[in-house]
Design a protein around this ligand. Structure first.
Ligand code: HEC
Ligand code: HEC
Ligand code: HEC
Ligand code: HEC
Ligand code: HEC
Length: 463
């Protein structure tokens, strides 16, 4: 993994020096100015103290609406919410205990999920029930004291945090009785979000790439950053004493909002022929259009999420059949068609059971198409442990504004009732593959089924 080097910022002129040779040449000049060393990424571990940052409650008195929005967003729960607690303490920390090579990874989780603890060097942080400041998660004073990023690509919390009286925002000349304000161009870019929404693991795999997916898609080209969809602007007051104006709503709604996920992909379907004889074969095509997301679906925690297309046929007497998808024949396609094979054997490392047999890979009806990018462990088995991912299977997700077509070929069964046959396609979403969730006792609301969309069509069948 690329080692992040020290970034030196000279306060007066903000000249950056990355090369040590250059640093030597101008060393005398550096000493002549009041200089501060600001660390980013891995190097920032333990470089600050909790007291350097204000609590979100300190902002709440004036930023009333923004504070309440944030408390409802996943940002405020990035350390405390159950599934995070389970994956961090039961899997990542225990994996690092079993194999110390993963100790930096275990620490690094906090760079994005509990940045204050990471900066304070308090890792692993106390469990959520102990009520430490780790519980603040991705807090106001982290995002609003970020002044830039280290390097050319956003990933692995390579933001630069300079806490203090200045809060960086999106407006010029905002006046506050509590702090100074400064306009930040960086805060308004997708690259800002990417510092936490892209992640590279110890094998060099980009196990989170939301910002990179966005950057190569149509929305970046059109100048539409993440903020327009996840922090939409509306008329209001950004603080109690502020003049009315357009305010960026701190919604950060994503996978945990069924309304955000719902409708994000649009479905239509049609048969190749509308009228058939009782012994014919029907060919039905389904179009899936990612109309709403600025990145692929699924994105982010791709190793956890499962998005699958279920198609059925119902005859005029109400009997229903399940139609498996037609394979397309691409490499690694078997990962994208639901099966009942076992996977996730690598959970055995953290569980102290090296011969762990594994769990059902998908937990959805066999034969359904799954839109995913399989994460594979060093032995080539599917894993939900992103840090233990050494390769990927095919990237069969729905890109922004991409349309994929799935075909279902079905020999009409002998016992089909004549008349109208209705086909129905449903695209479903779960935040976590169900067999894994059940095995790890993850609360049921973390693996509820969200219907993204559905469609239907029909044919007429005659004797
Ligand atoms: C005593 C009231 C008060 C408190 C406490 C307070 N602010 Fe503010 N803040 C304001 C006011 C007033 C503005 C100006 C709003 C405007 O004119 O749009 C402001 C503006 C901002 C801006 C926007 C700057 C810009 O360029 O758009 C940010 C960011 C901000 N505050 C962050 C914070 C954070 C983070 C905290 C807590 C650590 C905090 N504020 C605490 C009153 C407060
Ligand atoms: C994940 C990072 C993040 C967190 C956490 C966060 N903000 Fe922001 N905030 C932003 C970004 C980004 C903008 C600028 C949005 C834009 O460009 O449209 C912003 C804008 C603002 C503004 C100016 C709004 C406006 O349009 O005038 C204020 C005030 C503010 N934030 C306060 C807060 C407070 C208070 C909290 C905590 C309760 C908080 N923020 C938490 C990222 C964050
Ligand atoms: C300091 C790190 C950090 C920054 C910067 C950051 N995020 Fe996040 N974000 C997180 C973490 C960690 C989570 C996951 C919370 C959880 O589920 O544990 C998250 C969750 C989210 C979610 C919710 C996903 C869900 O499951 O519902 C959205 C949406 C989101 N972020 C958007 C943004 C956008 C847009 C920006 C930039 C304006 C941004 N984030 C900047 C760390 C960050
Ligand atoms: C055009 C609107 C749009 C843009 C631009 C956009 N998103 Fe999203 N985002 C969505 C929608 C819709 C969803 C819900 C569907 C889904 O889960 O992908 C979503 C979901 C998410 C999720 C949750 C994904 C999951 O499965 O946990 C995260 C995190 C997120 N977005 C972050 C970002 C970041 C970071 C950017 C910028 C780099 C961004 N988004 C740009 C619309 C957008
Ligand atoms: C580079 C930043 C970063 C690092 C490092 C990181 N995460 Fe995350 N994590 C995120 C973001 C951003 C999301 C939200 C993505 C989404 O909504 O799909 C997330 C989501 C998650 C989720 C899923 C929560 C949910 O909404 O379902 C879990 C669990 C999790 N992370 C655990 C970990 C563990 C354990 C580690 C360390 C091995 C880790 N993370 C390292 C940024 C990071």
């Amino acid at each position: 993994m690329e080692r992040l080097t020290v970034r030196v910022i000279i306060n007066l002129r903000e000249i950056l020096m990355r090369s040590s040779i250059l640093a030597c040449v101008v060393g005398a000049a550096v000493l002549a100015f009041p200089a501060s060393v600001v660390l980013a990424g891995d190097d920032a571990l333990g470089s600050r103290s909790y007291e350097d940052y204000e609590t979100p409650q300190a902002c709440a008195a004036c930023h009333v609406d923004i504070y309440q929005q944030w408390t409802q967003a996943m940002m405020s729960q990035a350390f405390t919410h159950h599934w995070d607690e389970i994956e961090y303490f039961e899997l990542a920390v225990k994996h690092a205990q079993a194999d110390p090579a993963f100790d930096p990874v275990q620490k690094g989780c906090n760079g994005c999920h509990a940045p204050l603890s990471y900066l304070a060097g308090d890792v692993p942080p106390p469990r959520p029930e102990e009520g430490s400041r780790a519980n603040e998660g991705v807090t106001c004073d982290i995002c609003h004291t970020i002044t830039g990023r280290h390097g050319d690509t956003s990933f692995n919390f390579n933001w630069i945090s300079e806490p203090g009286r200045v809060k960086y925002g999106n407006k010029e000349g905002a006046v506050s009785p509590h702090h100074e304000t400064r306009l930040s161009e960086f805060l308004q870019t997708g690259e800002f979000c990417g510092t936490c929404h892209n992640e590279q693991n110890p094998y060099g795999m980009m196990v989170k790439s939301t910002q990179l997916e966005w950057a190569e898609g149509p929305y970046a080209a059109e100048g539409v950053p993440c903020h327009r969809c996840h922090m939409p602007r509306a008329e209001g007051q950004s603080a109690k004493m502020a003049a009315p104006g357009m305010v960026s709503q701190h919604l950060f709604h994503g996978a945990h909002d069924a309304g955000k996920v719902g409708g994000s992909v649009e479905l239509r379907m049609h048969p190749e022929e509308r009228e058939l004889l009782f012994d014919d074969t029907v060919v039905v095509k389904v179009q899936l259009f990612n109309a709403k997301a600025g990145h692929k679906i699924p994105t982010g925690s791709v190793e956890d999420r499962i998005v699958w297309l279920h198609v059925t046929a119902t005859d005029s007497e109400g009997t229903t059949w399940h139609l498996p998808v037609d394979p397309k024949g691409f490499d690694g396609e078997h990962w994208t068609i639901a099966s009942d094979e076992l996977a996730y054997q690598d959970l055995g490392i953290a569980l102290g059971d090296p011969s762990f047999a594994g769990l059902p890979r998908d937990g959805v009806p066999v034969g359904d198409r799954i839109f995913r990018k399989p994460y594979l462990d060093p032995e080539g088995r599917m894993t939900i442990q992103q840090w233990y991912t050494k390769s990927f299977g095919p990237d069969y997700r729905l890109g922004p504004r991409e349309t994929k077509i799935e075909t279902f070929t079905w020999q009409l069964p002998d016992d089909l009732a004549m008349g109208e046959v209705t086909f129905r396609a449903v695209l479903n979403y779960k935040r976590l593959v169900q067999p894994v969730a059940e095995f790890l006792n993850v609360p049921a609301d973390e693996y509820e089924t969200i219907v993204i969309n559905s469609a239907s069509t029909w044919v007429e069948v005659y004797d």
